[in-house]
Design a binder for this molecule. Sequence first.
Ligand code: BGC
Length: 253
Amino acid sequence: MTRTIGIDIGGTGIKAALVDVDSGELVSEKIKVGTPEGAKPADVAAVVAQLVEQLDPHGSLPIGACFPAVIIDEVARSAANVDKSWIGTNVGELFERATGRLVHVVNDADAAGVAEVRFGAAKGVSGLVLVTTLGTGIGSALIYNGMLIPNSELGHINLPGSRWQTAEKRAANSARLRRRLSWTRWAERLQVYYSTLEMLFSPQLFVVGGGVSKDYAEFLPLLELTTPIVPAMHFNNAGILGAAALAPFSHNK
Ligand code: BGC
C-alpha cells in the first residue's frame, strides 16, 4: 500500500485525508475545516500544516494538494474565486515550508479528473475524457488516454444567453442557487454548455463532478448529447484522491 496525504483547498473549506494511492481509497477519516477568513496564502498554509500534523503526526508522507486556480510549476497563475494575492504565489513552495514535506500542487478540477480516470467513472476509457466540476465555479479536466492535459479552464468560455457570459457565471451550481433555477431551467443552460464542449472537443465521455453531481438524476437525463455523460463516482472526495495520486514521488516530481 502506498500512502500519501491528499488536500483539497476550496474557497469555503479545506479537506484532507490519508489516501492509499494504489486502490484510490481514503485510509483515514476525512478532516474538514473552514477556509480562514479572506483565504490569504499564509493563513491557508498554516491550516495545511495543522491538518498534515493531525493526519500523520511527526511523519514524512508526501502531500498532493489541489487548488482552484491555474497552476504552472507549482505557481498559481489565476484567481477566479480566491484572493488575488495567490497570483504569482509558489503554492508548492509555500506548503513545503509550512509542512517540511514534499508537496505537489495541481488545479482542483485536474485533480478530480485524475481521480475519475484512475479510480472512478472514467477508468479504462481511452481517447478524450472531459471532466467538469459544477460548484461555485466550473472546473474542467481534459484527459487523453489517461494523460492529463492540465489547466484547461473550460469554465471560462463564453456562452450565449440574454447576453454573453462565462459558462461558470451562467451555468455553475452557484448560478442555479443564486437565480433559484429549477432543475429544468438549469439543465437548459447546461445543455448549451455541454453542446458547445461537444462541438469543440468531440470527447468519448463527459464526467460531471462537484457536490451537485450527487443529484445527477435531476438534471443529467434532461440533457440531449451524442456523447455519453455520467456522474463522477467520487463526488466530493475526487479532489483529495486525485491530488494524493499526484503527490511527489521520485517518478513525478
Ligand atoms: C477556476 C478554475 C477552477 C474552477 C473550479 C474556476 O473559477 O478558474 O481554476 O478549477 O473554478 O474550482
